[in-house]
Write a protein that binds this ligand. Structure first.
Ligand code: HDE
Length: 701
């Protein structure tokens, strides 16, 4: 890897020794004796000190006491929201200088690599909840820049549920597990959530996003990210422009099906975490491009909605997303607690050249994030925890408090002073001085508690989003509302969602959901909201598919007696395309010389993107007679995955009673394997065989 980089960045995992030198806090015990926290070597780590072999333990045993005491305090409070997360190290590099727009040092020079730490999260559930629940995902990036840490603390959806921070505790209390019984874990399908959102129409747009496939991503590696709020870029001349941030996965964006997501939550609650970890271990480094939508200050009021309203997005058809750089996640953390649990993000961690807007949600966040770390991380010195330390030197006159790490030398801890030569001194705002200066926006207004009239439209962008979905995506949205409202026990809440919310932006959706729930058809007569543009194709995930099958997980279903030579050939061909083929068999018994990677029970079809049933008479016969193997292909078929069957492998599809000649099913003799593979790969590339959706519903689960 080329380029200048900050000290946090080992270029590749092989560079770990370098990272240890550069980060003295990253400790490895290789060759070291076991010692107490006071440095005393421990001779026996197996037995407590006791009075005789069968006698009572002695309080005197400082070694046992120290160990147990520390253990007793190993947990810290989990995050009130976004408790469940996983993270990775990486680097960010620009494609072109952004100096025209911002003076931020890390956005000037395409040769500079800025180290990053990125934490993805779900929002509702506790630390131990499942990854694949229907929920918003956090997408928080800490850039360790040479001018200080910059945190872009975003989500995988570009809007939010509420417009004003003062409503956040209400919203979170409503979505979190209910007070009397702490249910449900990891989901919003319950009365209090739907009660709140049915009474707060500003949530309509975001709730629609969470009922869409965006809320069940296939992988954290293929998930978009958004800064949500409008921010400001400020250049060296002091000129400001509004900016919205986007992260675009290079592999494209894909989602699970709801049935898959639910099954995965039981069969592998760590599905997303594992996928991210394994991809990085395999050196399939996740990549995301950074995009910006830039709006000139004079265009602020030209959109028909308010740029400060976080329930609105700027359609890309109005302001294109300019791709400016790429982030590559290239190293897994060494220690989950020290890094992922202790990392402290804050939208207020900004650097010169980036500034806030008056979005009232953002303004409230600027208070909340430091405050929450003080109780979560035990005091105001959390910036000294290794994962949170800036890579540039920093000095100030803040002193003491819980868990202080540095030993501040010198008499003066105030400014101005004459006793320490006046140091540390403030710097000027000029780019060469590097001091942060807030953008001098003119503010002239009365001190009032009001919501601007420009925030009053709650439905036009919900209508825009729904209209922009493909037919299957609209189907999924309608099914999601029916599922969630089906879990609501109070009929009045179900009716309010349909009549007051859905009917306010799409009569068709409202009617469908009402019918599904057995409710009377919604009241007519509401004026459908108008939006500019009428549709935004960029919002449909089906338009986010990228060519290629890189990192797709493909099951090669086989049993002893299968044709090992043909399996090896398939493995080579698929690896050549960048995919990850895994040999899946009824047991770990070898297939000739080939060792299965996992069993059918251990890795069911929901964990794969596609399936090939391998040829070979004896192997295929075993699979055809196995209910589990038949279920494997049947389920893949129902989940609209590409399927191939070679030679006798076709008997397994027949035994599962899959319809003949269905879309996305490639079959042929062993001699036709090259053509079958070509057709199969073309289907995998689409990620789902949507044209099979109707047929798949006729197949038993
Ligand atoms: Fe957060 N949010 N949030 N949030 N948020 C937290 O900070 C808060 C909001 C987001 O991986 C907390 O350290 C308020 C929007 C992410 O560690 C807390 C409001 C967006 C993460 C907090 C919002 C986010 C958090 C809990 C409304 C997308 C996880 C633990 C005014 C742009 C970061 C913590 C990580 C975490 C407050 C709304 C994203 C309590 C008050 C909008 C990704 O401070």
């Amino acid at each position: 890897m080329t380029g200048k980089s900050g000290s946090r960045q080992p270029a590749t995992p092989a560079d770990d020794s370098k990272s240890q030198d550069l980060e003295p806090f990253r400790v490895r015990p290789d060759g070291a004796a076991l010692r107490t926290n006071q440095g005393v070597k421990i001779a026996d780590n197996q037995n407590t000190l006791r009075a005789g072999p069968r006698g009572p333990s002695l309080l005197e045993d400082f070694i046992m006491r120290e160990k147990i005491t520390h253990f007793d305090h190993e947990r810290i409070p989990e995050r009130i929201v976004h408790a469940r997360g996983s993270a990775a190290h990486g680097v960010f590099q620009l494609y072109e200088s952004m100096s025209k727009y911002t003076k931020a040092a890390f956005l000037q020079d395409p040769i500079v690599q800025t180290p990053v730490y990125v934490r993805f999260s779900t929002v509702q559930g506790p630390r131990g909840s499942a990854d694949t629940v229907r929920d918003v995902r956090g997408f928080a990036v800490k850039f360790y820049t040479q001018e200080g840490n910059y945190d872009l603390v975003g989500n995988n959806m570009p809007v939010f549920f509420i417009q004003d921070a003062i409503k956040f505790p209400d919203f979170v209390h409503a979505v979190k597990p209910e007070a009397p019984n702490e249910m449900p874990t990891g989901g919003s399908a319950h009365d209090t959530f739907w009660d709140f959102v049915s009474l707060v129409p500003e949530s309509a747009h975001m709730v629609l996003w969470t009922m869409s496939d965006r809320a069940i991503p296939r992988s954290l590696r293929t998930m978009e990210g958004f800064g949500v709020h409008t921010f400001r870029f400020v250049n060296a001349a002091g000129k400001a422009r509004f900016v919205k941030f986007h992260w675009r996965p290079v592999l494209g964006s894909y989602s699970l099906l709801w049935d898959e997501a639910q099954k995965l939550a039981g069969k592998d609650p760590d599905f997303h975490r594992r996928d991210l970890w394994e991809a990085i271990e395999r050196s399939d480094f996740p990549e995301y491009e950074l995009g910006v939508q830039i709006v000139e200050e004079q265009d602020e009021n030209s959109f028909g909605f308010d740029l400060l309203d976080p329930t609105k997005l700027i359609p890309e058809e109005l302001v294109p997303v300019k791709i400016i750089g790429k982030m590559t996640l290239n190293r897994n953390p060494d220690n989950f607690f020290a890094e992922t649990e202790q990392v402290a993000f804050h939208p207020g961690h900004i650097v010169p050249g980036i500034d806030f807007s008056n979005d009232p949600l953002l303004q409230g966040r600027l208070f909340s994030y430091t405050d929450t770390q003080i109780s979560r991380l035990g005091g105001p010195n959390f910036h000294e925890i290794p994962i949170n330390r800036p890579v540039c030197p920093f000095h100030n006159n803040q002193r003491d408090a819980m868990h202080r790490q540095v030993i501040n030398v010198g008499q003066a801890s105030y400014e101005p002073n004459s006793l320490s030569g006046g140091w540390p001194k403030e710097t000027g705002p000029a780019a060469s001085d590097g001091g942060f200066e807030s953008y001098p926006e003119r503010i002239d207004g009365a001190k009032i508690r009001v919501r601007s009239d420009s925030f009053a439209d709650h439905f036009s962008q919900a209508a825009l989003f729904y209209r922009s979905m493909s037919e299957v995506e609209q189907e999924h949205i309608s099914a999601a509302y029916q599922f969630e409202l089906g879990k609501v026990t109070q009929p009045a809440i179900r009716e309010r969602v349909v009549n007051e919310i859905l009917a306010s932006f799409d009569a068709g959706l409202a009617a469908k959901v009402a019918a599904g729930l057995g409710l009377p058809a919604p009241r007519k007569g509401k004026v459908p909201p108008v939006s500019k543009p009428q549709t935004s194709p960029a919002l449909s995930l089906l338009n986010r598919v990228k060519p290629g099958i890189k990192t797709c997980k493909i099951a090669l279903l086989a049993a002893p007696g299968a044709d090992a030579a043909s399996i090896t050939k398939l493995q080579h061909a698929l690896r050549g395309e960048g995919a990850t083929p895994l040999l899946i068999a009824p047991s770990f018994a070898a297939i000739d010389a080939l060792q299965p990677d996992a069993t059918i029970a251990g890795m069911p079809s929901i964990m794969f993107d596609a399936v090939i049933v391998c040829g070979g008479e004896a192997g295929a016969k075993t699979l055809a007679q196995s209910g589990d193997a038949r279920h494997f292909v049947l389920e893949a078929f129902k989940h609209l995955k590409a399927i191939a069957a070679l030679g006798a492998g076709r008997d397994v599809l027949a035994a599962a009673q899959l319809p003949d000649h269905a879309d996305g099913v490639a079959t042929g003799d062993d001699s036709q394997s090259a053509e079958v593979l070509k057709t199969f790969i073309a289907a995998v590339e689409q990620h789902r065989v949507w044209s099979r959706a109707a047929l798949a519903q006729t197949v038993p689960a």
